[in-house]
Design a protein around this ligand. Sequence first.
Ligand code: MG
Length: 390
Amino acid sequence: MAMIATRTVAAGVPASLSRFRGALVAAVLGDCVGGEFEGAEEVPMESVLQHLNSLNDETKGNGILEYSDDTAMARCVVQSLLTHAGFNEQDMARRFSKEYSASPGRGYGSGVIHVLKKLASPQLSDVYQPARNQFNGRGSFGNGGAMRASPFALAFPDIASVKRFARLGAMLTHSCSLGYNGAVLQALAVHLSLQGALDLPQKFINTLITEMEEVEADEAARNDARILKEAEKPFCERLHRVRDLMDRSKVSIEEVISELGNGIAALHSVPTAIFCVLHCLQPQECFPESYGGVERTIAYSLALGGDTDTIACMAGAIAGAHYGIKAIPQTWIKFCEGAEDADLNAERLHMMYHQLSQGGTSGTGEQSCEDRAESKLTASDGTEKKPGAK
Ligand SMILES: [Mg+2]
């Protein structure tokens, strides 16, 4: 019973290591377990619970569920941010294209493959150009920028940097504002969750709306929304829908899909992921009693169908930042490729974040955060060593 209690409550102090580990690890889990239902129109909760239950079978091998493009690209973001102790667009673009050519079978969309191949060209001087040229110069509004945006919130403590670099990082492949502003929204949600903002859900959603009001006031965003015949501030409008759904005592899966969507557009998936987290803050009858918040959030994300791996990945990051690593079952970590790596990287990002919050500069350090983290992990008395997941 004690274990259930610790997995139901939030992860304590703001920006704790547990929250960083929870965010990065739960994002990988969402991606890995979400692959099973990707593209499905209807996913009964029974099938979701059966799938998740199979992760408790210790007779199966480790890392059996492979991660997809979501995690592959997020890993590139993490490594680039750590290596440069800040954002370096040339390096990040190079890592994306190298990762794709080393492991192309991770479920990349056809549009982004085109961009990634062009990013591999040594003649390319402007790394943003291939993305800008897509779709007759209008750029992509898919969720590929948002699915890898969480690490920006784990690297930078100040909200202005989170917004700025999440946007720039997404623009390497998604140059339409309805794509890169989805990345900004996802990074903001993780940033706020890390601070403990989900303890007050109404304030959390209101803060997101206020922040996105400013983000979407941008001329390019207004122009894109007009061309695509969306609301004047599309993400704000969706967040208002999220708030309306939160206020209802009962909401069906069908209503959530019809109001928020479950597709590959950032507009039809980032607000959905945020709703999944908010909706699952409290225990519900449809989940086993033993489920903590991360399990509930991921299970609910899968039950929506559609782009399940990306929605569960984004919702997992936000939920993981709230509940912390203790909310994540160790058996799930073992089953998912890349989850243990994510746990180690979370420690390094945690160090970078706290160095920057103490006045360190980004992007100029001679020794990277990764190097510093390595030496700290090796030289410490054991208190900084990777603890068990629980
Ligand atoms: Mg994917």
